[in-house]
Design a protein. Sequence first.
Length: 89
Amino acid sequence: MEPSRSDRGQLRIETDECKGCGLCIEACPPKVIRLSEKLNAQGYRTALYAGEGCTGCGICFLACPEPGAITVLRARKTIAPRAATGVRP
């Protein structure tokens, strides 16, 4: 899923790595993470990204005790090309 124009980031949650502790949910400033109703292969209710609203701050990544469970992708800024003035910055 591509982030919307207002999103500055996007989350990827590896459900096989997540233990459902909820630390990322508590730490997320925009509150876009919740627990899934489904269980993973180990029997945990895992974190689930809402699909939009991520700011790309990375606090959920820092709060997560499981290495590799959360990946935060930050959206690239689109910069308008400079006018051809012949003057270098």
